[in-house]
Design a protein around this ligand. Structure first.
Ligand SMILES: [Zn+2]
Length: 395
């Protein structure tokens, strides 16, 4: 069984077509309000097939029970439940190109129904399976409804991790869906507001989003780039619990690098101050036309020093190799008599006899750091107190 847009040209209407797997025919469902199951939710669309033959004209047309009830027709309700861009009903006006799902340029051709779950004296309930969208160049693009609802629910569960304007809109959307009532007209404009807010905020999360398109993939990416939970403060761990301390320090490094917009701002500031140059070896690997990504990282000197977390003076620009060696405490940065230097740490020196370990390449960078590799502004240069604390911690 499916909800399908009538083939007749122009501003088409939707009808119920084909029998359900259990043998239910559209003719068995006249005058009953259609409830749709999407994920865990049941929404009464207040849309039915009127029994009146004149109105039906031999088709099983889906009509709103109350024409002026303040809720839209079926394809708009489905789109707003699923946070899809605004569809149109006029085939001639469907746009061209990819992606299919863009505001006012695609139509929902079919909504496939898995089964008719139940029926009583006032309503019938159907499980929605796929929503198929079309435009003038692409035959069809499909949205699997169950999977999409799981993604939407994951967003609802993480509202505090998204910008306030976005979480406010998603909170409203959740209220509409869980109410079980028909999706109101306001829910359709809500998706447009959401698209605007995603466009406005996505750059802070280094997520790209093109205006008017499906906002869900961008929202998912934004969520992925946002903070993991903050580990316990390093100071709270007994000094003798060395193994635990190491694990917590590693968690802190991960946390410091994955705090969403805050860590992105930190990285940008460090990259600007060091001009994409590794402070240890002088390699300069910015993002260019031939490299998709910068090869230089913004490392934290002390990620667990909450007060200084986002200051450039708590950062170092390091290439991947030297970032690893710095985080593993093989290399250390020191400041003595006004001179910054790269040194091998005491534990690394102790490992020099370990046959499986070759630090020849790392030894090449030991020595004074040329001033040209450090930030021009003195306040942005590595804070000697933080460097010293890191060295002390390692012992
Ligand atoms: Zn390097």
């Amino acid at each position: 069984m499916r909800i399908t847009k009538q083939a007749s040209g122009g501003r088409g209407e939707y009808e119920l077509a084909d029998d359900a797997p259990d043998g239910t025919k559209p003719a068995d469902l006249l005058d009953l309000s259609m409830k749709v199951v999407v994920g865990k939710h049941v929404i009464d669309t207040q849309i039915h097939i009127p029994r009146d033959e004149d109105e039906r004209q031999g088709k099983y047309r889906l009509r709103r029970i109350k024409r002026n009830g303040g809720y839209p027709q079926v394809s708009l309700q489905m789109a707003s439940i699923l946070l899809l861009p605004r569809p149109i009903r006029d085939e001639a006006k469907a746009g061209a190109g990819e992606p299919v799902f863009q505001n006012n340029s695609y139509l929902i051709k079919n909504i496939s129904i898995q089964d008719v779950r139940s029926r009583d004296t006032t309503s019938f309930t159907v499980t929605i399976d796929l929503v198929e969208g079309n435009n003038n160049t692409i035959a069809a693009d499909e949205i699997p409804v169950d999977k999409r609802m799981r993604t939407i629910e994951a967003l609802w569960d993480s509202l505090d991790k998204l910008p306030a304007s976005i979480s406010e809109l998603l909170r409203k959307h959740r209220a509409y869906v869980v109410s079980g009532k028909p999706m109101p007209n306001a829910a359709t404009s809500l998706v447009e507001e959401l698209q605007k807010e995603v466009a406005r905020n996505c750059a802070d999360y280094e997520v790209s989003y093109s205006d008017q398109t499906d906002p869900l993939p961008a929202l998912q990416e934004m969520l992925r780039s946002v903070a993991t939970d903050r580990p316990p403060a390093i100071e709270q761990i007994e000094p003798e619990a060395i193994e635990l301390k190491k694990r917590v320090q590693e968690k802190w490094l991960y946390y410091a690098a994955h705090r969403g917009p805050a860590s992105i701002r930190f990285r940008k500031a460090v990259m600007a101050a060091y001009e994409h140059t590794c402070v240890a070896c002088g390699s300069r690997f910015p993002k260019t036309r031939i490299t998709n990504q910068s090869g230089i990282d913004a490392a934290h000197i002390l990620p667990w020093s909450e007060y200084d977390l986002d200051k450039v003076s708590n950062g170092l620009a390091l290439c991947r190799l030297h970032h690893w060696a710095f985080d593993q405490r093989i290399l250390q940065v020191t400041f003595r008599n006004g001179i910054y230097s790269i040194e091998l740490s005491a534990p690394a020196l102790a490992q020099l006899t370990e046959p499986k370990f070759s630090i020849t390449v790392l030894k090449l960078v030991v020595g004074q750091i040329p001033l040209s590799r450090l930030p021009k502004s003195e306040k942005d240069r590595p804070d000697p107190r933080l460097l010293q604390r890191l060295v002390d911690e390692a012992v």
